[in-house]
Design a protein around this ligand. Structure first.
Ligand SMILES: Nc1nc2c(ncn2[C@@H]2O[C@H](COP(=O)(O)OP(=O)(O)OP(=O)(O)O)[C@@H](O)[C@H]2O)c(=O)[nH]1
Ligand SMILES: [Mg+2]
Length: 503
């Protein structure tokens, strides 16, 4: 009773007629659910969106505007988050002009909060301004999970990283149980905490600083450059198609999927073949599958992936062996290599070097037969892949251009969209028509690979032992490579640390 009276007094003293809120947090933190609880209606769609979403309503006598900013991966530091996502997070502020009264930093109580989580949260919030903390309240979701425990007990129990975060926010926090929409007091209490904080900030909202305005201008420039890239690619494709005839239609297509671990290679294989042919569990060996797609016989080989920040001399010898021998599984050689890259993570210089070194294990000329296959297209939402390429920076642009500006996006979650696969197969045919070449790594023609093949056969007949043969095949190839690559051991300490961190 006493607390209720205290609240009533507090509330009336600092009452705001309009409350502008930005919900921020990692993916799956419960931002949309919290937005729905605050507005008392299902205003936010729980499926992930690729853009900020703005909703408003009348709550406890106030006009409440809520913007949900795009979430990031919970254990990613800001340099691992794609630039496009960061631009979108920053532009959330422009949706609540002149600026939000509060940022609600959404954190779940049912999962542990580690040092990485703390750093991830700090870095992403400080994209907005170093001064965000005086406008931030930690909003704990999954309050039902606490049971009889109080939130204070949870904060104490969880350890120093969560305690540090709460203290950085001036000890402001609130718990919501998004499963209980009938408990109006939890929202009323939250609004009062916001009003109290605003009063403590002398009524000021969070202002957009120069850095934010700059990021928003960058976003605009990115959109313009993306349009240009898209136009250029369409023109090039039209030009190639105008020279193509029936002879360029490939009735038998051979594809090798290469890329980082967890890049989405197996899923892409399944999308291409239209069936769950590849097991999503990791294998150390190449896997070959076959099917009929759009009237063509398509063979797909998935080679095992490498660590996404690992350079080739850090990759296990056996993995490299498998990458090289993936080519021999589609004799006389693949029509294309699909280099699988996720769009939901940033593409750094280290990743570029990692990709270059692993692909060039096969041949220096590998690029003329490679298409960058972006997975997790669902992450893009309404934004185009060109916007991602343009915003992500020079390393990704370099890679795409090294592949002759050939790229494609797949949303492996949507198997019903047949056009995404047809379009990919057409791009492969266009690439082959343009080069007017037979498959890359034609084993009959390539002297180097032929030589390695002969070594292989000789040892095969001596020992009848396939794994050893493969190993010799591999080691001849690598011994040359390794000599050339010995220089690449000179990584900076910073880079080494960076890679360890993300494994
Ligand atoms: N949302 C979404 N998830 C995807 C997509 N593609 C792959 N995934 C998920 O990403 C995870 C890894 O996918 P895999 O296809 O197993 O990746 P991989 O490259 O074969 O992994 P390894 O063989 O283990 O190196 C799985 O949980 C997939 O469901 C996509 O387009 N959208
Ligand atoms: Mg796989």
């Amino acid at each position: 009773m006493e607390r209720q009276m205290e609240n009533a007094q507090r509330g009336s003293r600092h009452h705001l007629s309009e409350v502008r809120i930005v919900l921020l947090g990692y993916k799956y933190a419960g931002k949309s659910s919290a937005g729905n609880t605050i507005l008392g209606r299902e205003e936010f769609d729980l499926r992930r969106t690729a853009q900020c979403v703005k909703r408003h309503g009348e709550v406890a006598g106030r006009k409440v505007i809520v913007v949900e900013a795009l979430g990031w991966w919970w254990n990613y530091l800001s340099e691992e988050t794609p630039e496009l996502t960061k631009q979108e997070i920053v532009s959330s502020l422009s949706l609540v002009a002149p600026g939000p009264h509060t940022l609600l930093l959404v954190v779940r109580v049912d999962t542990s909060f580690t040092e990485t989580n703390r750093r991830s949260v700090e870095e992403h919030l400080e994209l907005l301004s170093k001064r965000v903390w005086s406008h931030t309240i930690v909003l704990f979701t999954w309050g039902d999970w606490l049971g009889d425990r109080t939130i204070e007990q949870h904060i104490e129990h969880e350890g120093e990283d969560l305690q540090y975060l709460v203290e950085k926010c001036g000890n402001r926090y609130h718990v919501l149980n998004n499963k209980n929409k009938t408990d109006g007091t939890q929202v009323k209490d939250l609004l009062e905490k916001i009003e109290e904080m605003v009063a403590g900030n002398s009524g000021a909202h969070l202002k957009m600083n120069r850095k934010v305005l700059q990021k928003m201008q960058e976003k605009k420039k990115t959109e313009d450059r993306a349009e240009e890239r898209k136009k250029k690619v369409i023109e090039l494709r039209d030009e190639i198609r105008s020279t193509m005839s029936d002879k360029h239609h490939l009735l038998d297509m051979r594809i090798v999927l290469l890329g980082f671990r967890n890049a989405g290679k197996s899923s892409a294989g399944n999308t291409i073949l239209g069936r769950e042919e590849f097991d999503l569990r990791r294998t150390a060996q190449c896997v070959k599958r076959h099917g009929e797609v759009g009237g063509r016989q398509v063979t797909v080989v998935e080679a095992p992936g490498w660590w996404r920040n690992g350079l080739s001399d850090e990759t296990q010898a056996l993995t490299k062996q498998e990458i090289i021998s993936s080519l021999s599984l589609v004799p006389p050689g693949p029509h294309t290599l699909l280099l699988v890259v996720r769009v939901d993570t940033s593409f750094t210089k280290t990743k570029r070097r990692s990709v270059e070194e692993h692909l060039e294990l096969l041949s220096k000329s590998v690029w003329s037969h490679t298409i960058v296959l972006f997975t997790r297209g669902d992450w893009l939402g309404d934004t185009t892949i060109e916007q991602h390429i343009e915003s992500e920076g020079e390393d990704l642009q370099y890679l795409v251009e090294k592949c002759g500006n050939r790229y494609h996006v797949l949303n492996n979650e949507d198997k019903s969209d047949g056009t995404q696969v047809n379009d990919l197969l057409e791009k492969i045919e266009e690439m082959m028509a343009r080069s007017e070449k037979l498959p890359l790594f034609d084993f009959e023609k390539s002297e180097r690979i032929k030589h390695m093949g002969q070594q292989c056969k000789r040892i095969d007949s001596m020992k009848g032992d396939r794994p050893k043969c493969k190993y010799v095949f591999f080691s001849i190839h690598l011994s040359v490579k390794m000599k050339r690559k010995s220089k690449s051991k000179l990584f900076s300490i910073k880079e080494q640390k960076h890679r360890k961190q993300y494994r």
